[in-house]
Design a protein around this ligand. Structure first.
Ligand code: AHR
Length: 503
């Protein structure tokens, strides 16, 4: 007999309204993400600004609401002024975070123009590694002040008459990491971030600010870093940022498939830390989470290639994502949605080429990785109110995560178009599992489509030669009748069950 996971669809199981910025992404001056990724003058599809049209098409389909820029580690030694003004006058620099050559052909104004074409909003990270308060106030003035002073007039002289009004600003990147240029202790960073936040808000009171939390849950300073930083910055910031890349150095596939358990614990710990500082400060303000770098790392990648230093945009972090990676990726999205009340923004990292949703070949094609699809489904069908499914799933034992449910999932209800979408994964490598749901209050809905992403070969992925090897199929058997939802979740699969109100 098939294993069964029980779920309940009930409006009272609401988690929160999903902030659409949960479906954000990230582009960094790293590897071929920008140069050869989104920007490649001379490419057959490039527009007059050098933006690849084939990449823009795939990005637009994703409906990404916000994109973080320019780093990442890159930003902590970056002079933003190098990337503005006439392109031919911009300096070439030694880019010391990744030890590459930065040509500065792509900078702030190019990014803003690309965002407009991609239909997305910017999330701008300032350098709090090698620079500080003064640079921060200048870049806010350049971007957000109407004019009448040096930096805003300079923007106008660069052909941008109206201020960009960038809303979301990150106060540095991964400042808890010894690898970071200008790495700091929590107290050093907390003090600097607070003073920088104050000054940035003096320039533009309408901005929202994100302080650096932990770079991952294995950091020796975790979770204390987050408490100390918030003790310094609580009144002046809105979010704490956390990052993690899941599956690095994991050998056992069952443990790899359970990575979202780690993400779930991490988020819960950071929520508790935020609320501990709130209580300590007797504050009425709640700090939310911006999970502004997250991804899964290729399970089947054999080795990391050595990269010669001081090259322009050398390939880095590129490999083929497999089906099993997409299932883990889907479980991470489900986990973010399950915490939609406190994780308000998140950025999959990175959008193109470096652990990318999309891969490009220079002067040639681009295609979607397997992980593109869960992101696409969540972004397109996951707008509305997140609902817990109250899942009772069969489990397996794992050395690292103890008892792991085979099935995980969450739903999103959209009241405007009367739809309810269930996102679910089956972690079992061997067995299909039946999803058996009681649809309380949703019995007047029916199944429009049950999409599955799966393969007999879990190591299979998409390549330039075979770009559609792994694609979602609308072939699932979900059925809703008399208030009971039944669906088979194929072994090792990502599923999207789309329900809509009967007309
Ligand atoms: O892979 C991207 C890098 O990972 C980012 O530059 C950094 O913030 C993180 O450690």
């Amino acid at each position: 007999m098939s294993k069964t996971a029980k779920i309940t669809l009930h409006p009272e199981l609401e988690i929160a309204d999903v902030d659409s910025r949960l479906y954000g992404s990230f582009v960094e001056h790293l590897g071929r993400c920008i140069y050869g990724g989104i920007y490649e003058p001379g490419h057959p599809t490039a527009d007059e600004e050098g933006f690849r049209g084939d990449v823009l098409d795939l990005v637009r389909k994703l409906q990404v609401p916000i994109v973080r820029f320019p780093g990442g580690n890159f930003v902590s030694a970056y002079n933003w002024e190098d990337g503005i003004g006439p392109v031919e006058e911009r300096p070439r620099r030694l880019e010391i975070a990744w030890r590459a050559i930065e040509t500065n052909q792509f900078g702030l104004n190019e990014f803003m123009s690309w965002c407009a074409k991609a239909g997305t909003q910017p999330m701008y990270t300032i350098n709090l590694g090698t620079r500080g308060i003064d640079t921060a106030r200048n870049v806010v003035e350049y971007c957000n002040h109407p004019g009448g002073a040096y930096w805003s007039d300079l923007r106008k002289s660069h052909g941008v008459a109206e201020p960009y009004k960038i809303k979301t600003w990150c106060l540095g990147n991964e400042m808890d990491g010894p690898w970071q240029m200008g790495y700091k202790t929590a107290t050093e960073y907390g003090r600097l971030a607070n003073e920088t936040a104050k000054v940035m808000r003096q320039v533009d009171p309408d901005i929202e600010l994100v302080a650096c939390g932990s770079s991952n849950s294995q950091m020796p300073t975790y979770p204390e870093w987050n408490a100390t930083v918030l003790e310094h910055t609580y009144e002046h910031v809105d979010y704490i940022s956390i990052h993690d890349y899941y599956g690095r150095r994991i050998k056992r596939i069952e443990t790899f498939l359970a990575q979202s358990v780690d993400m779930d614990r991490y988020i819960k710990t950071i929520i508790a830390t935020c609320d501990y500082v709130k209580a300590k400060k007797r504050s009425r303000k709640t700090i939310n989470i911006s999970f502004d770098e997250w991804n899964v790392v290729f399970y089947y990648r054999k080795s990391k290639p050595e990269i010669e230093p001081w090259r322009i945009a050398p390939a880095r972090g590129e490999a083929m994502y497999s089906l099993v990676d997409a299932v883990v990726f889907g479980s991470l999205i489900i986990t973010l949605l399950k915490h939609a009340d406190r994780v308000r923004m998140a950025c999959q990292a990175l959008l193109i080429n470096v652990l990318g949703l999309i891969v490009t070949r220079t002067n040639s094609v681009c295609w979607r990785q397997t992980i593109y699809y869960p992101f696409y489904h969540a972004s397109v069908y996951g707008r509305g109110r997140a609902l817990s499914l109250n899942i009772k799933s069969p489990t397996y034992e794992d050395a690292e995560f103890d008892t792991v449910p085979y099935v995980d999932g969450v739903a999103v209800v959209n009241d405007e178009n009367d739809t309810l979408t269930i996102f679910a994964i089956n972690r079992s490598l061997k067995e299909d599992i039946v999803l058996d749901g009681q649809a309380i209050d949703y019995s007047d809905y029916s199944v429009r489509e049950h999409i599955t992403l799966t393969s007999e070969d879990i190591s299979a992925g998409n390549t330039a030669e075979n770009p559609d090897n792994i694609t979602p199929k609308s072939n699932g058997n979900a059925n809703l009748k008399d208030g009971r939802l039944l669906a088979t979740l194929p072994k090792t699969s990502w599923n999207v069950i789309r329900l809509e109100k009967k007309r």
